[in-house]
Design a protein around this ligand. Sequence first.
Ligand SMILES: [Zn+2]
Length: 656
Amino acid sequence: MRLIARLLPTISAAVMSTTSNKRSLPTTMSAATTFIEKINTEYEQLHRSFEMQFWGTKMALGGEEYSVPELTRTKAEMEAFLASKEKLDEARAYLASAEIDADERKTLKMFERTFGCYIMESADALKLREECMATEGTLEDKRNKMSLGATIGGSFVELSSVGLRSKMRVDADEATRKACFDGLRTIGDFVTTNGFVELVKARNAMAKSLGYVDYYDYKVTQAEGFGKAALFEILDTLEQGTRPLMVAARERLAKEKGAEALEPWNSGYMMAGTITQKLDPYFPFEKAIEQWGRSFAALGISYEGASMSLDLLDRKGKYSNGFCHWPQPAWLRADGSWQPTVTHFTSLADPSAVGSGHTALTTLMHEAGHAAHFANIRQRSPLFSQERAPTSVAYAELQSMFLDALVGDAAWRCRYGLSREGEALPFALHEEDVRAKHPYEVLTLRGMIAVPYFEKALYEMAEEDLSAASVKALADKIEMEIQGGLGGRPLLSVPHLLSDEASCYYHGYVLAEMAVHQSRAFFMARDGFIVDNPKVGPTMTEAYWRPGNSEPFLDLVEQLTGKPLSGDAWVAMLQQDVEELLAEEKVAYEGAVQAKAKAAASGSKLSASKIDLDMRIKIVDGDAVIADTEAEGGDFLATCAKFEQFVQQRFPRGAA
Ligand SMILES: [Zn+2]
């Protein structure tokens, strides 16, 4: 996640001026109303300044206004605002007064919760927190400078953890793969002797001084609004439900590919076949934006007047991590006028690489899913629709993961998985993909849940037992227990463990994935289909998106699906026999073939040639604008055509 940037469209300038007219009548406003309005507009401005700096510096834009000192300054200003004890006290005072209405109460409660996430109301804890930050800073700095790589053919090759993992997945030489694995394991040796053990102790001391069971309990309560015990009650359903499947998948892997396939450096390589190559022609990179727009429009998704800038291509000087952010959060202003979002989204696509089209499309569906969610939050403060705490990671990821999952559906592939010649991805190829992946999908799940189970056990260790050796032994033990053997991605190489922001939060992805399957099961039971179902967008909007962070994630899932969140739907999907799954997928695929034929016969050209997402889209490459719906009279498809042309010119096909 991580959301970014803004263009200041004329509409918000107009909105601003009406708001200031209203504000010239202070006698009609209560003190609480004035306070709320002041917090809202101040926060909005600080948030925008920081996020614009974030975008400008990360994208290496030319404007003089973007600089690292300005980025640091605006960040500090925003954080100081959020950590203001005075504002918290004032919000509480208004909450205690009788003169506020229900809307104001809701907003003030949100202020209280938000400020509470950034203020530490205990001097002891504050001191311990500073200690944690110092230890973490030194550790991260050392880790960034750590010499990492693999000894291949007798000489040391420097490789990042990402580089090591991808080499391990594709290199045909087992000795090289083993060397990469050994390289990944050195991260654990390094961090446990360079401050991680001390960090775990300091984090626990801080959390305990605030009255929490331990650091994990503190983190999950802050982020999700429920404690560690409740979290693991949910995760246990998944762990127990999928344990037999994990055992069976490992047995199958050994039977199919030989016992050596179970070695952590071999599993990934041996499971990956030639499928990426075969799927590639059906996901042309230059068509990704169009197919995303078409399928979201068919789901009935609207962006409520938002603007989105997309900077998709890799280029020199650009930040090396894809992200999405919102310099302008959506909210209802005091005068009732609507402020749409402004989204910036970046990826590092290389259209000439095999598989880049599929990656670009999946990323686009994911990030545009985040954008659809944040564009539709409709509350009376930008603090309901900003992406930081107390916005739950699980809540945000549910939306984007639900939408990117569609790319794997047979019906979606029939409608939108089209080659440059317009041929739909054949069912036989989809079948090959399902047969290769389905029996092993449980191993991905086990790799995911190993992280929270490890962090739980780590922060539960008695202080006197914590040492480099015991932490490493614990990581191996959890891998054996949860994954059935040592993992191809050693737990201690997971970067989330180190930083305060990302530690003890991996469960967010797990909860989101559980909710994706539970929501999919709900739509299948209610409507019988998801792809191109025009009721999906409106249902998601009303049930999940409108409330923003005003309601707990677990409540939202239960309200929509009618059941408390559990691993059942995900487990059921994994348990499904591959033949049965393929039979269902075949029916869905045939249905899509017929729907396509029907649309063609009825000449519904109009709907096919006009895509309306109620959004301005600007496709950029750094400072250069490639295409802009505004320059195309609002025509989405004409904008896509321009992008297509640009890609074709810059990356002529056939030129290897
Ligand atoms: Zn995401």
